[in-house]
Design a protein around this ligand. Structure first.
Ligand SMILES: NC(=O)c1ccc[n+]([C@@H]2O[C@H](COP(=O)([O-])OP(=O)(O)OC[C@H]3O[C@@H](n4cnc5c(N)ncnc54)[C@H](OP(=O)(O)O)[C@@H]3O)[C@@H](O)[C@H]2O)c1
Length: 283
């Protein structure tokens, strides 16, 4: 599993991690999700992303089952809901997340998206959580460059470690200014929803055919090509969610090999990044 430094933190984190949105459900589906997450950790997909929002805390409980006994192998990330992101609310939300995850610390804690609460209050809580050891690093999610700047100013004694944003073949707007800005600041960019949900390239579309030809040439699958492409830039990570072992294994094969420049160019032509700055897209 290819790893790279997680921005300025220097922490070696796998370029492909594991999401947990919508892993809650019937008991057998949850068991499969726990098995998939565990297998993923064994395969090196040790960046586990969750949030208090997912399943109203259920996803954190499931993630907690998956990391039990292997906490030290995992780069564990959770997020505070904007509606909880007052100073006191952030501290309490973190405590609840730690309890559900069955751990005493998060590696990274994110503000899930912009809050009505003043950012300085959220970041004051983040600073306290770092200082007291409940979280190692603080970050944001769904923040454009201006908001990242404001969040960093509101956290004067610590550095923001990460910004988690939407990034898939149909949404490449972050490549214009957000990724270069974060790279320059040493802020790790974690792309979510790499398969684009309803925008997953149809196999019979022109873009789908390009991906299929590349996948066949390399003895890979289309999803592996997509994950490889989305993690080609320094400081950028991706966190696909998989609900079973087969999907997790397939996703793990998205790294450990290199797409040659001519294939990157072909994907660029089939799924072009916007030619000018666009507002940050989010789900
Ligand atoms: N910060 C934010 O605002 C935000 C927003 C959205 C997501 N996220 C995070 O990012 C993670 C990933 O995004 P996402 O869950 O929206 O979408 P995604 O990872 O792009 O796609 C998940 C879907 O792809 C399927 N899938 C995964 N691997 C597959 C494979 N190898 N073959 C076939 N199907 C496969 C999954 O099905 P199965 O379940 O059947 O495997 C699931 O239906 C989330 O889980 C969450 O942790 C963050």
């Amino acid at each position: 599993m290819t790893q790279r430094p997680f921005g300025w933190t220097g922490e070696q984190v796998p370029v492909i991690g594991q999401g947990t949105w919508m892993i809650e459900g019937a008991a057998d589906a949850e068991r499969r999700s726990v098995d998939a997450l565990r297998a993923g950790i064994d395969l090196g997909l040790t960046h586990v992303d969750t949030a208090e929002m997912y399943g109203d805390g259920r996803a954190e409980e499931i993630a907690g089952q998956a990391i039990a006994g292997r906490r030290d192998k995992v780069f564990l990330v959770s997020k505070v809901l904007p509606s909880n992101a007052s100073y006191e609310g952030t501290l309490r939300a973190c405590e609840r997340s730690l309890q559900r995850l069955g751990t005493d610390r998060l590696d990274l804690y994110l503000l899930h998206w912009e809050s009505d609460q003043p950012i300085r209050e959220t970041m004051r809580a983040m600073a306290q959580l770092i200082d007291e050891g409940q979280i190692r690093f603080a970050g944001v999610s769904n923040f454009d460059v201006d908001r990242v700047r404001a969040a960093q100013s509101a956290l004067p004694n610590h550095r923001l470690a990460s910004n988690q944003v939407l990034y898939h073949l149909g949404e490449r707007g972050i490549e214009r200014t957000l990724i270069p800005y974060c790279q320059a600041q040493g802020i790790a960019v974690v792309g979510y929803t790499p398969f684009g949900r309803a925008k997953f390239p149809r196999p019979d579309s022109p873009g789908g055919c390009v991906l299929d030809a590349i996948a066949q040439r390399h003895g890979r699958t289309v999803r592996q090509v997509i994950l490889n492409f989305l993690t080609r830039l320094e400081g950028v990570f991706t966190i696909p969610k998989a609900g079973n072992l087969e999907h997790t294994r397939e996703n793990a094969g998205g790294t450990g090999w290199v797409l040659p420049p001519e294939d990157i160019a072909a994907i660029d032509r089939a799924f072009p990044a916007p030619s000018r700055a666009v507002p940050l897209a989010m789900l």
